[in-house]
Design a protein around this ligand. Structure first.
Ligand code: SF4
Ligand code: SF4
Length: 287
């Protein structure tokens, strides 16, 4: 089983449209949406949830006011100003560091597992999808991404899938590193803009560091020939193969509105182009 992780330096490059298009062709696969802060692959894949799991990460303290002597030690030692003058924990500020529990001389602070969101195993017309939703205001997205990645690998093995396709987290921080775990191939989606080239250079450093083979898909071609050229020059310098180029095409947006992948929406046009890209990715995976 091979794992392809599709990434981009930021949102809005068309990454999810490309993932959904790739999902609708090729061999038996499992899909994973690692954009846990703003998941949107489900809008096209329309999953039916088969399993729902709580995402537990860290601890959430609470103060028993019947035991609390109001000594104020917890307030003095909390670096995040997460305890009110009435000795109540402010969940939106609490980082779960455990200091309040440690310093409390009365044993008034108890800690409970912190429910930070949900993750799901769903069925879709293209295969099993593992996806997640981080709770509002929660920040452990790297850990939730790892949960999604582990669950997608496990589902792929159980189902004897040939491919796991991962819609990676945007950016270059902890969540995207978690997305890239176990990747056999990283696919950068780059649009021809100055910021996209900058982002491409940054995410390339990550894959280079982790020694993950990579390819580039240039999306929205035709909007800036100079930037397109700059991306190609960078790829040439770094010996990154270009899997394909996709035009700036309103068909992607129309497909999304219709709840379809671009391959389903426009099989002869965009669909044929995505098929060509898929062949290039397969060649690289088999190399
Ligand atoms: S766990 Fe840490 S951040 Fe949260 S209230 Fe206690 S001391 Fe403050
Ligand atoms: S340290 Fe313990 S006893 Fe003191 S105010 Fe905080 S919760 Fe109450």
């Amino acid at each position: 089983m091979k794992q392809i992780v599709v990434i981009s330096g930021k949102g809005g490059t068309g990454k999810t449209s490309i993932v959904s298009a790739l999902s609708s062709i090729g061999p038996k696969k499992v899909l994973a949406d690692c954009d846990v802060d703003a998941a949107d692959l489900h809008l096209i894949l329309k999953p039916t949830i088969v399993e729902e799991h709580d995402f537990i990460s860290g601890e959430r303290p609470s103060i028993d006011l019947d035991i609390c002597t109001q000594c104020g030690l917890c307030i003095d030692n909390c670096n995040f100003e997460a305890i009110s003058d009435e000795f109540k924990i402010l969940p939106e500020k609490c980082e779960g560091c455990g200091v309040c529990s440690f310093v409390c001389p009365a044993g008034a602070v108890t800690e409970e597992p912190r429910n930070c969101g949900k993750w799901f195993k769903s069925s879709t017309r293209f295969g099993t999808l593992i996806h997640a939703a981080l709770g509002i205001g929660e920040e452990n997205s790297g850990k939730l991404v790892t949960t999604v990645r582990n669950a997608s690998t496990a589902a792929g093995e159980i189902e004897e899938a040939e491919i796991v396709i991962v819609d990676g987290s945007p950016g270059i921080g902890c969540p995207v590193i978690a997305s890239l775990t176990n990747a056999d191939l990283a696919v950068f989606v780059a649009e021809p803009t100055i910021t996209a080239l900058h982002d491409l250079k940054r995410v390339y450093k990550l894959t280079e560091h982790f020694k993950i083979p990579s390819m580039v898909i240039i999306n929205k071609c035709g909007i800036n020939a100079n930037q397109e050229n700059e991306i190609k020059v960078f790829c040439l310098e770094k010996e990154i193969s270009i899997a394909g180029e996709l035009p700036y095409d309103i068909g992607f947006t129309k497909a999304q509105i219709a709840g379809q992948s671009a391959v389903e929406y426009d099989p002869e046009g965009l669909g044929a182009k995505v098929e060509e890209i898929w062949k290039e990715l397969e060649k690289k995976l088999m190399a």
